[in-house]
Structure formats: structure tokens, C-alpha cells
Write a protein of this length. Sequence first.
Length: 313
Amino acid sequence: MEPPVVGRLAPSPTGRLHLGHARSFLLAWWSARSRGGSVVLRIDDLDGTRVKPGAVALVLKDLEWLGLDWDGEPLMQTARTAAHAEALDLLVARGLAYACVCTRKEIEEAASAPHAGGDETVYPGTCRGRFSSRAAAREATGRQAALRLRVEPGDVRFEDALRGPQAFDVARTAGDFVVARKDGVAAYQLATPIDDAYQGVTEVVRGDDLLPSAARQQLVGDALGLTVPLQAHVSLVHAADGHRLAKRAGSLSLEELRSAGVSPERVARWVAESAGLSGTERPRPAKDWLEGFTMERVPRLPVVLPADPVSRL
């Protein structure tokens, strides 16, 4: 008998949710609920400098407007800081993480640190073996230290429910990556697998831009002896001009759609159509698309919005 499915929704309160978020969250919800599973909600609010005042309430409003529900109370990730700190101490004690005082500029200027693609630069290992602790690093340099996970060469392999077998050589593409910022707050790559394990999550559905993060979170999970959930990385949603939807780009939000008279049933119908479901001739509530949903039917190609989504959804 298969263990019960536990899916999760993990929005960040850093701005309004847009159609890309709506698609990912609906697919995650459908995947779990269609198999009689539960869904937990976590608010990923660790990045305090980017959290917007009142954004948590707005995120909950958007999710409820979409017709999504969850089991139990929402978990604020900031309530888990003690557990994150305990895990960091364990990694340092085992020699699996170390203090790093390098600045971004110093890393970029290192001759052996070529860009791995995008905005990321491979960490050259400058501080490996240099300090015994963060306190020792601060005493020796006068700088606050981040913590980095030791990453050994070789592929990190996992099976993605949509993308199939995956292999990432994290040592080559990122190097030893940050698991705690210089202010002591746990990084996304550390907090996510720890909190997924705490909430009993068995599957994670999210955008395919986070595929590299899955490999890093696998490394963190292995280092801490955690079971990492099954992964399913869905295609991102792009505007008609080809640019991916993003909060920082001011993409059309669910609030704007709501104000323009777009119903949640129309949004659910559009997501259902993009997920390869049949019977999409008329709008229906999110719960009405559970029957017949399977992750295997979801297309792998990027999803492109019409030029006028308000009238075309």
C-alpha cells in the first residue's frame, strides 16, 4: 500500500501572486487532492528584507479565491528558525559546512570562479578549511560569516515526475553553496528540505526554474539524513512577449484580474487546458477538475499567455 500523499503550497509574501503562481499552486493542489492526499501550507517568509507589509493576508486571499484549501494551520517559516539553527550547528560539527567571509565581489574576481550561467558564479572554495567556526572567522577577519555546504564533485541524481531522470554536478555549476546568510538566517536551500520533512511533505510541485535547487536540497537532505520529497517541476508561464512572469517585473497579478472581472473559474479552466485536461469548453471551479487529473498528462513545453489575458482567459 502506498503511503499517503502530502503536497504543499509554499508562497513567499514578497508581492502579489500572478498567473504563473496560480498555475503552479493549482497543479500542486490537483496532484495531491486527486489522489486523496492532504495539502499543507507554508509561508516562506525568511527573506525579511523582501517581505511586504500585509502580504501574507493578501496571499491567503488569493489562494482562497482560486478555490484552494489546505490541512491544518499555515506554517510561518520564521517560526522554524530554532530548527534551522540546530541543523546548521550539526552540519558544522560534522565538518559538512564551514564559515565563509568572502564578499560577492571577491568571489567574482577570483580567477578560478567562472560564471556557471545566469547571475551565479561558482564559489572557488576560498574559505574551505580556513576557520573552525563562524566566531573564529569573525575574530580573525572582523567580518560576519556565512555558512557554506561542502560539495564534492560528481552528479547529484534524482527522478523528476515530469522531467524524468535528472543529474546536476553542483560542484561544477555552483561549488560550495550558502546554507546560512551572514545575518545567521537559513538560506532557502537549507530551510526548504528541513521544513518539508517537518511537515511530512511527500511531493513538491514547483516551477522548472528551481530544478537546480532540487539538486542542492538533495545534498542538504542527504547531509542531515532527511527524506527529500518526490519532485515535479512544471513549465513556467511566459507573457506574450516571451518574458517569464515575475513579481519584480510587475506581472499581471491575480488581484488585477479579479478587479477586471476575471473569475477564479476562468483561471482554473485556463490552467486545466494548459495541463492537458479535457472538457475545458466552459469555466469550472478548481475542485471540479480533480477527476481525471494526472501529472503525467501535463505538457513539458513553456506556457505562453495570450496578448490580452483579461479577455482571453
